[in-house]
Ligand binder design. Structure first.
Ligand SMILES: *Cc1c(COP(=O)(O)O)cnc(C)c1O
Length: 388
């Protein structure tokens, strides 16, 4: 027994051994020339992965929620109108954050498993002058994927800043920040970026930086204020030493490794690999009679799949039995239906073999829990689709 479990949750994910090894180096000074080079490389590589040659990257110690907080803190002033396009738990969180900074927030919530229709968004933008809108690219609570391109185009048309919560999508779903005109694309290290938790990553358009510079009131969050971080990012980009708050040196060394691996694979190839694995996985899951939460294929994410339990199977039983079979999966998160579905993450270095192990364990566990179907069916469908 190797006593090794496979972590199939939507973040943290399984990390590449090289990335983990990179973390283990003796910690250098944050102003050591070799570390300045590493930090600068990370910022340069982010612009390539986000497809935003004109954007301003930020790497700050914190989780994805800090990245959301940073966007809100720097752009919102008391009384600004903000529009949240929500497809689940993380859209709702963005409303809470925006409200905290004094925004007047309107939320357009999709039905569970669906997206908000474009004409509803446009109607809302016509009705009221908004300063910014937020989109959750993949809402990790529902596995629903939203196409940000047409929404960003609407934001441009009505002169609204667009913010994309890409925590569960950057490096796993297609994003062309500059081409699509998205002002902020933010993520965290532990999801498709493939680095242990602890880094908030953002790329910000020059337009959004300009709006922040022209604020009438100071940013009401000291740690998140770009006033403190922009000079630091610029210094590292120009390979100069600087200090505001000590960066998580080892995590950034690991980030350089992971971003290099992503660019080596090629961002386009990587997205296609995610797309293929996810669609074949959905096909396999449905072949044994299970229902996925996204209502259509177009809104089904490539980074995770949310699946309803078959009748009579309880969440704790499935998660426990999967764990006994060395596969860790996640329960539900959307408050309204939390107990009726589970989630499987499949991003980063996940392979066909990992998916097969997961499907096989699922089949065995379902069988044990008395949900019956043709044994081996999901594996057959998966394997066949992989060969084609
Ligand atoms: C995970 C996640 C977050 C929150 O990130 P943390 O690192 O847990 O703070 C926000 N939005 C989405 C879409 C996520 O998947």
């Amino acid at each position: 027994m190797k006593n090794r479990k496979l972590l199939m949750i939507p973040g943290p994910i399984e990390f590449e051994p090289e990335v983990l090894r990179a973390m283990g180096v003796q910690t250098p000074s944050h102003v050591a020339p070799n570390f300045i080079e590493v930090f600068g490389n990370c910022l340069d590589m982010m612009k390539k992965i986000w497809l935003s040659p004109s954007g301003q990257p930020f790497i700050v110690s914190g989780s994805g929620t800090l990245a959301m907080d940073m966007a809100a803190a720097n752009l919102v002033e008391l009384g600004d109108n903000a529009l949240v396009i929500s497809s689940g738990y993380f859209g709702d969180r963005f409303k809470d954050i925006l409200d905290r900074y004094g925004a007047n927030t309107t939320i357009l919530s999709a039905n569970i498993g669906e997206e908000v229709a474009l004409d509803i968004i446009e109607q809302e933008l016509k009705n009221r002058k908004y300063k910014l809108l937020t989109i959750t690219h993949v809402d990790t609570s529902t596995g629903v994927l939203i196409d940000p391109e047409p929404i960003a185009a609407l934001a441009k048309k009505y002169n609204v800043i667009s913010v994309l919560d890409g925590v569960c999508s950057v490096a796993g779903e297609e994003i062309q920040q500059d081409k699509w005109g998205i002002d902020i694309v933010l993520t965290a290290s532990q999801k498709a970026i493939g680095v242990p938790p602890g880094l908030a990553l953002l790329v910000v358009s020059q337009k959004a930086i300009g709006i922040w510079k022209n604020r009438k009131t100071p940013v009401s969050n000291y740690y998140a204020d770009w006033q403190n971080w922009l000079p630091i990012m610029k210094a590292y980009q120009e390979r100069r030493p600087s200090y505001f708050g000590t960066p998580p040196v080892n995590l950034i060394i690991a980030l350089e490794k992971s971003l290099s691996l992503i660019l080596e694979e090629g961002i386009h190839n990587r997205i296609n690999r995610h797309k293929k694995l996810a669609s074949v996985f959905r096909e396999a899951i449905q072949a044994i009679g299970l229902t996925i939460l996204p209502k259509t294929e177009t809104v089904a994410a490539n980074t995770l799949t949310a699946i309803y339990y078959p009748e009579k199977i309880k969440s704790i039983d499935l998660l426990r039995e999967m764990n006994n079979n060395d596969i860790i999966i996640a329960g539900g998160l959307h408050p309204q239906i939390k107990a009726s579905y589970f989630r499987i993450g499949h991003m980063g270095s996940i392979s066909e073999n990992d998916m097969i192990s997961t499907l096989s364990a699922l089949e065995r566990v379902f069988y044990k829990l008395n949900y019956k179907f043709e044994l081996g069916k999901s594996l057959k469908v998966f394997e066949r689709a992989c060969i084609e």
